[in-house]
Design a protein around this ligand. Structure first.
Ligand code: GTP
Ligand code: MG
Length: 525
């Protein structure tokens, strides 16, 4: 499509490719999950149904993305390991981590009822994700050993903690009793005080869960002569294993060697330096406007399956807007959002300290929150349409250093909205009038704005300017003062509310009317 003078803002986007031969691991983990599990009354210390839901979602992630070889999860987290040669999203960290967390929460929300048929999900689940890039196979094994050790020690702690609570101790007392206790002491406490043999607890709690693709021989009967034929099938399996970073685990599953690399050594004594690598996280440049732009993944297909109206489906856009409103209400640092089609840009205030400006935490939590809201609100906007294709979004963070540049960024998106909408309106009118899609394409090739407007007006009686503003201008979402006025003109109440408008945000007028949105603050304030 045509270029605009604002296009230069693209040069602020930074590449974050994980270079080959680093192995890519994406870890997703619950944020404020304790609150979520309280509200939804999960059993303590482990809720088997919740774990099974997590496992089921992880299995679907592996089924959807063939490049993921192995996944390991426990409690509210899951790590997905991509095969070494993957070119998934051209190995761009932010796209990968956002897409995986988005698809995962989409699954979580939609499969909830299969696991908790008697209760509605009472709050929006929040997950974050990050990429860990492992330079070699032994670093990957150290990572897996570390996560499994965390699973073990957290579970042991929590089992003791909740047994103490159930026996009448306060939370503070239980914490004090467990402070600085060793593994052995905890095991003894469980055994002697509560008659629990830790080793006999279900392995899903103690060892976590592995999901991987394995090749299985399936015997099928050919229907004519009844002869048995063997076929090699790829199947996703879930199981629990004592030590996922051991030689025996690796040699049991040939796909691990084939897709990740052959086993080096048992990783029992992990080097301390590795932990730093696993925890390393990029921070976004201080005192710049951070924009998180999210975009629907394969929405072309999604809108076909869900039979959206062409070129614009007003309900679909309103659902997107309603999710953006929810995001602004949840994340106080977002001052403005602009959405069009399947994308939304969220602008954080310049001096935001959200998650210490850690890129992946900000991107993943916004993408995840948006996606779960989208799935949760679907039936409200489409009461007669079943959600047949699970939506997912990817996201990225870009920093814009000055007021003019952030304005140009937003202008760029609105110009894009305008160009695409005008093209699509013409395109679908031509198709509806009997042209093939190819004919419509070549008819429109090289046409300018004026010619398109004339085509609409002369051939189809449509005045472009009269089309709904939501289609032409996209949607702007921001906090605004709303006043309630009584019949005799007295202002009774004035409060802040997130509003959705379809204004022109390229010109100065909107910004002059709302000077506080992109307010310049001093770095010292
Ligand atoms: P990726 O983002 O690269 O995964 O591809 P995509 O298929 O999502 O395409 P892209 O983001 O470039 O464009 C969004 C697509 O979503 C459009 O091309 C449309 O096909 C579809 N879409 C978005 N909004 C609407 C709508 O209101 N109605 C219809 N019919 N389609 C829509
Ligand atoms: Mg898209």
């Amino acid at each position: 499509m045509a270029n605009s003078k604002y296009e230069y803002v693209k040069s602020f986007e930074i590449e974050d490719e994980v270079m080959y031969p680093n192995l890519i691991v994406v870890r997703i983990y619950g944020h404020n999950f304790e609150r979520f599990s309280e509200i939804n009354e999960f059993e303590k210390p482990n809720d088997e149904r919740a774990l099974n839901l997590m496992n089921c979602c992880a299995t679907s992630v592996l089924e959807k993305y063939p490049d993921i070889t192995l996944a390991y999860g426990f409690s509210d987290e899951y790590s997905f390991i991509f095969k070494k040669e993957t070119k998934f999203y051209q190995r761009r960290a932010s796209k990968i981590l956002s897409l995986i967390v988005s698809f995962f929460v989409s699954l979580c929300v939609s499969k909830w009822k299969d696991f908790f048929p008697e209760k509605d999900m009472r709050s929006t689940p929040l997950f974050k994700s990050r990429v860990i890039s492992c330079p070699s196979i032994d670093v990957l094994q150290a990572y897996l050993a570390w996560r499994q050790r965390e699973c073990h020690s957290k579970n042991q702690y929590n089992t003791c903690f909740w047994m103490l609570i159930k026996s009448g101790k306060s939370e503070k007392e239980a914490q004090d009793i467990l402070k600085d206790t060793q593994k052995q002491e905890k095991n003894e406490m469980l055994f002697q005080q509560f008659g629990i043999n830790y080793k006999k607890l279900p392995s899903i709690y103690r060892q976590g869960s592995c999901v991987l693709k394995t090749e299985v021989d399936e015997t099928v009967k050919t229907h004519n002569d009844g002869a048995l034929v063997k076929r090699l099938l790829k199947k996703v399996i879930i199981f629990h294993s004592e030590n996922i970073a051991s030689r025996s685990f690796w040699s049991d599953y040939s796909c691990l060697c084939k897709e990740l690399g052959s086993f080096e050594q048992n990783m029992n004594n992990m080097k301390r330096e590795y932990l730093k690598l696993f925890e390393f996280e990029n921070k976004l440049l201080p005192f710049t406007w951070i924009v998180i732009r999210i975009d629907g993944s394969h929405f072309h297909r999604f809108s076909e399956v869900q039979e959206f109206e062409k070129p614009n489906d007003e309900q679909a856009l309103k659902l997107m807007n309603s999710c953006a409103v929810a995001v602004l209400e949840e994340f106080n640092d977002i001052v403005f959002a602009y959405g069009v089609s399947d994308e939304y840009s969220f602008v954080l205030k310049r001096n935001s300290q959200l998650y210490q400006r850690r890129a992946s935490e900000i991107v993943s939590s916004i993408v995840g929150y948006f996606t779960s809201t989208y799935v949760m609100k679907w039936t409200k906007f489409f009461p007669k349409k079943e959600l047949k294709y699970l939506p997912s979004f990817d996201g990225r963070a870009v920093c814009y250093p000055s007021y003019d540049i952030i304005r140009d960024y937003l202008a760029w998106r609105q110009v894009d909205c305008h160009i695409n909408n005008q093209y699509n309106t013409c395109f679908w009118m031509l198709v509806k009038s009997g042209k093939s899609t190819r004919e419509a394409q070549s008819f429109l090739k090289g046409t300018q704005t004026l010619e398109k407007n004339q085509l609409l007006s002369q051939s189809f009686g449509i005045e472009y300017i009269m089309l709904p503003a939501i289609f032409r201008n996209g949607s702007s979402v921001f906090w605004d003062k709303v006043t309630t006025v009584t019949e005799n003109g007295v202002v009774v109440k004035s409060h802040k509310k997130v509003v959705v408008e379809h204004s022109n945000i390229i010109e100065d007028h909107f910004w002059e009317a709302h000077p506080l949105i992109l307010e310049e603050t001093s770095p010292r304030s």
